[in-house]
Design a protein around this ligand. Structure first.
Ligand code: ADP
Ligand code: ZN
Ligand code: ZN
Length: 723
């Protein structure tokens, strides 16, 4: 072979040929060094060939070969090619997105060793320690086996605790002798007997030999995780690896430990955005060499190269964090389907609130629907109550009925959870005299008032400003907050219910490392408490003593220009509600709304998400929105709005393309963000194939467009939020 065709990390929809010297022996899927535009770069070989169309005198020589064995196997390369093509993203950038940082920089694959922490003799015997957290750390290692420092941090322990135990010689660092995980026998922790629906689900999954996608549609607390565990058991026992994908904030100690305790002694690796480059490379290699049996990770774990992958589980498959929102805008759940088909193994999508796309496929029998309709530990269903806010005096954001219910629940010694998906004190400040609003200078939205920080902070571009004492427009001092945020709810409820502990859980209150864990620890001690939070509170955590949930501001989801808004609202309500009444008694869920008669809300409350979702699907069918059609978005932004408009307008063809509907250019719902004007083009097609044919052409056209370098643009296939 005389030429190597390589992919470079450049935003171009093409590959490049380089001439090989006789002694150079690169491999497909391996890395090489090349000169590109007078810069030294790393590239990945995608083909070796005896002929190149580049003229002999133009073609450059390859600088050097980095890998003699591929970092991307042929199967993995095929998977990434598919990803690039599906999401209309340049192949080179796609390959480099998938590689861990260290490999992108040219590091060798086998270099890394990450030490694990293991109990010493003394540590094994220690059952008493004054420092509670240190004792818990020892207990963690005892019950779930050795762990790296980063794993322990994911589980809520701190570097200081690790250091203290190292100094006391209760634990020590050890380099793991990496072996294929199959050499460790599968030991199982205690497991419950499956309920009938769980057993049906497990046997359907376990009897599947090839590729099949299962939708495990189980109400919160119905024992989905137990079904994952017992399905994984069969795969692991057969000597195959498995991947469990969880939402960004789903990688909680509770979740991880359930897997670690069940599969004692099995190498389980974690993958998330807080790993160091070294840890990433280490986990990458362990997956590839078959040294890890199971990886639990967030969305980008879908790109890990497994040696013998035998199952993928996507937990909370409806969660928005599986979709990457910049660069390669992939959806990890959808790519999981490709990988499962490619490797001919089962894929389990589990959720209480399936995405309408997923449910649609299940109802068409393309996915096998496995319902879990009963809670595993309690038979009672939560009671939903719509609290009509019309004409009610508003007390700190609450109706009187809600405050009464809170008081009664606390008096019974139970916990209350108040949910509002807006942090800060108030979403905006307003001047009482002239109507001035605390708008962000750089975005078309208002900056949120954070009282304790005494700042106005834009939640979209993070711009901060001091709170003005006087109105910047009219000089009045009558500036007041309007609307509510979690900080204000905390202040109000702390006054109203001064005898009870109040915990606020949102991104502001949990910024300090370990603060979320300690709040959760306190809450789990039980007793009457008030929990206030944003969606951080809605996911992943179990609160045994919560008996009342109050959800504020249901209405913003009912009337929104985003066609997915009601779906997302219903998912959130159902997920939040699922936190209540987990131990025995039925809980109560209060929904404060100005539209108690709204049909979708009525359906959700009276018949549950299952029914709501099927009704919402019919609505999508009538309006021919996804999943009944396919959507892509061309987004563009620049400081100069005319440039953006000119660029997008020029993409609209003079004659319509058959099977394609174009809408736009229209302003993005947030027209200005961080000083940039943003517009978009909606592209819709009844046939996915037609959409992709069209997008491929369009990407070529854009690549040569004279304005393409002067605006920031992107193609988003299957966009999740249409703004
Ligand atoms: P989900 O993932 O659907 O929210 P979990 O798997 O977390 O539900 O199960 C909820 C609770 O019920 C957990 O405490 C779990 O240990 C318990 N559980 C699940 N399945 C069973 C079973 N078959 N028998 C007894 N308890 C179970
Ligand atoms: Zn004013
Ligand atoms: Zn802003």
């Amino acid at each position: 072979m005389r030429f190597a065709e390589v992919a470079l990390k450049v935003p171009l929809h093409r590959t490049f040929d380089y001439r090989l010297e006789p002694e150079q022996q690169p491999c497909v899927g391996g890395r090489v060094r090349v000169k590109f535009a007078n810069r030294a770069c790393i590239a990945i070989v995608v083909a070796l060939k005896s002929h190149s169309d580049v003229p002999e005198d133009k073609i450059k020589a390859l600088e050097s070969v980095l890998d003699t064995t591929p970092v991307l196997s042929p199967d993995h390369l095929a998977f990434l090619r598919f990803s690039a093509q599906y999401y209309c993203h340049p192949l080179g950038e796609t390959l480099f997105t998938a590689l861990p940082g260290a490999l992108r920089e040219g590091e060798q694959v086998d270099k890394t060793q990450v030490p694990v922490l293991t109990l010493t003799e003394a540590g094994r015997e220690t059952t008493q320690l004054r420092a509670k957290k240190q004792l818990a750390l020892l207990e963690q290692l005892r019950s779930a086996g050795d762990a790296t420092a980063s794993e322990l941090k994911t589980l809520g322990f701190s570097q200081a605790q690790i250091k203290a135990l190292l100094e006391k010689a209760l634990i020590r660092e050890e380099l793991r002798t990496d072996t294929h995980w199959q050499s460790a026998p599968l030991q199982l922790g205690n497991k419950p007997r499956l309920h009938p629906e769980q057993a049906t689900a497990c046997s359907a999954i376990n009897s599947q030999t090839g590729f099949r996608t299962f939708l495990l549609e189980g109400v919160t607390g119905s024992g989905k995780t137990e079904v994952y565990l017992q399905s994984l058991e069969a795969i692991l026992a057969a000597g195959k690896q498995a991947l469990v994908l969880v939402p960004e904030i789903g990688l909680t100690p509770q979740t991880v430990n359930r897997f670690k305790r069940r599969f004692e002694g099995l190498p389980i690796d974690l993958w998330h955005s807080n790993l160091t480059d070294n840890e990433r490379l280490h986990t990458w290699r362990r997956a590839e060499q078959g040294e890890s049996a199971l990886v639990i990770g967030t969305r980008s774990a879908i790109f890990l190269p497994f040696q013998t992958l035998g199952m993928i589980v996507v937990d909370e498959e409806h969660d928005g964090s599986f979709k990457q929102q910049d660069g390669l805008r992939y959806h990890a759940r959808d790519l999981a389907a490709y990988r499962a088909a490619q490797g001919q193994f089962p894929l389990i999508l589990g959720t209480a609130t399936p995405a309408l796309e997923t449910l649609h496929k299940a109802l068409q029998n393309r996915y096998q629907l496995l319902p879990l309709t009963k809670r595993a530990q309690t038979q009672q269903d939560n009671r939903f109550v719509l609290v009509d806010m019309k004409g009610q005096p508003d007390q700190g954001g609450f109706a009187k009925a809600s405050l009464d219910a809170i008081a009664a629940t606390l008096a019974r010694g139970q916990q209350v959870m108040v949910f509002l998906n807006r942090r800060g004190f108030a979403p905006t400040l307003i001047c009482h005299e002239c109507g001035w609003l605390s708008n962000c200078d750089r975005c078309s939205t208002s900056a949120t008032y954070h009282k304790s920080l005494r700042r106005l902070i834009c939640h979209h571009c993070s711009e901060q400003a001091f709170v003005p004492v006087q109105c910047p427009d009219c000089g009045s001092t009558q500036i007041m907050p309007t609307g509510y945020g979690t900080e204000q709810l905390e202040e109000f409820l702390s006054e109203q219910f001064a005898d009870f502990p109040v915990h606020r859980i949102d991104r502001d209150s949990t910024r300090r490392k370990g603060s979320l864990e300690s709040a959760l620890d306190e809450i789990n001690q039980g007793g009457a408490r008030l929990l206030i939070g944003t969606q951080m509170l809605a996911k992943g955590h179990h609160f045994a003593d919560v008996n009342l949930v109050v959800i504020l501001d249901v209405d913003s989801g009912l009337y929104s220009c985003d066609f997915r808004a009601t779906e997302h609202m219903a998912q959130l309500i159902t997920q939040v509600a699922g936190r209540a009444g987990r131990s025995g008694e039925a809980g109560t869920v209060l929904l404060q709304t100005h539209f108690p008669e709204h049909p979708l809300l009525q359906d959700l409350v009276n018949n549950g998400y299952q029914d709501f979702a099927r009704y919402a699907l019919r609505e999508r069918e009538e309006t021919q929105m996804p999943p009944y059609s396919h959507l892509a978005l061309i987004r563009a932004e620049a400081t100069n709005s005319q440039l953006v408009m000119a660029f997008l307008s020029d993409l609209v063809p003079a004659t319509p393309y058959p099977g394609i509907q174009l809408l736009g250019p229209i302003p993005a719902p947030m027209e200005r963000l961080a000083g940039k004007y943003r517009y978009q083009l909606h592209i819709q097609a009844a046939q996915r194939k037609v959409l992709h044919q069209y997008l491929a052409q369009l990407a070529d056209y854009i690549g040569q467009h004279k304005l393409a370098n002067r605006v920031r643009w992107s193609i988003d296939v299957d966009p999740m939020d249409t703004y």
